[in-house]
Design a protein around this ligand. Structure first.
Ligand code: 48F
Length: 263
């Protein structure tokens, strides 16, 4: 077969446009393809929930590839380690009870599992706002990250989802924007955005799971964002809480969608 340059372009444009349109009305939309967002994505999709991920960066993975201070290894406690082994990751018990994984292998494994589950990860797309109708988050307002970076005056497009997950990590961008623009009360002890606290790995790992949940009707938090919103500490390059939080948010969303199928 002789290659036709325009056919190559057509194939890409047609497939991408088809998938973009196909993902503009879904059950769950996840902002951020870090460890929490990716784990949430495949966990939801494997339950038969139509899920999409939007990631601002060219490269998905969030804080994973950087490991700890650019040493590209991450520490994973044993319970979360089993989840990674199920994804095909090799774990190494470096010190008793301290399992280490190559952060790039973890990223590759999570990307493969997520995309194999049928989830499209739209990289280079930023969620700049939410769709807020009658006191419920009903979707996301999206733009190309390049537009945002260049500061161009280009209006965004809107998609709908029955559940939106803020998995943007430390900045907790979706929740923070919502509070800034709509001054809503969150499902936190004070009703406000509590803000992340300094490092305490042991406590943070546990709290990440407790803090995972719905913070405003239709808006869920997972991973480091959950701690930032609820005033939990950070934990550095130990990632168990991130993966387990992704699994937890998927379980909670699945139960919620089952309870209110019409929403
Ligand atoms: O930061 P990130 O990895 O969040 P996470 O899944 O994991 C946190 C850990 O990496 C680490 C830690 C470990 O214990 O503390 O920090 O909670 O991934 C967040 C992703 O969200 C993207 C961002 O580029 C990153 O890949 N992101 C942030 N804001 C937006 C966004 C946005 N507005 N639109 C789209 N993507």
């Amino acid at each position: 077969m002789q290659l036709n340059d325009v056919e190559i372009s057509r194939a890409i444009i047609e497939r991408f446009t088809h998938r973009l349109l196909d993902n503009f009305e879904v059950d769950a939309a996840i902002v951020g393809a870090g460890p929490a967002g990716l784990t949430a994505a495949f966990s939801l999709a494997e339950k038969g929930i139509r899920t999409v991920v939007f990631e601002r960066s060219l490269r998905p993975g969030g804080g994973m590839p950087g490991g700890g201070m650019m040493f590209s290894e991450i520490v994973v406690p044993q319970d979360a380690g089993r989840l990674l082994e199920n994804c095909g990751v090799d774990l190494h018990e470096q010190r008793p009870g301290y399992f280490v994984a190559d952060s790039l292998q973890v990223l590759g494994a999570l990307l493969l599992r997520t995309t194999r589950a049928g989830v499209k990860i739209f990289n280079l797309v930023s969620a700049e706002d939410v769709l807020l109708i009658e006191d419920r988050i009903r979707g996301l307002v999206l733009n190309w990250s390049a537009v945002e970076l260049a500061g161009l005056h280009v209006d965004p497009l809107t998609m709908t989802a029955r559940a939106v997950v803020d998995a943007t990590g430390h900045p907790a961008e979706v929740v923070k924007n919502l509070v800034r623009k709509a001054r809503v009360k969150l499902n936190t002890p004070s009703g406000a955005f509590e803000g992340e606290r300094p490092m305490w790995a042991d406590r943070a790992e546990k709290l990440t799971l407790d803090n995972t949940g719905e913070v405003y009707p239709g808006l869920w938090v997972a991973g480091m964002c959950a701690n930032a919103v609820h005033g939990g500490p950070r934990m550095g390059p130990i990632f168990g809480g991130m993966f387990l939080s992704g699994v937890r948010v998927a379980e909670l969303i699945a139960a919620s969608l089952r309870r209110t199928p019409e929403r």
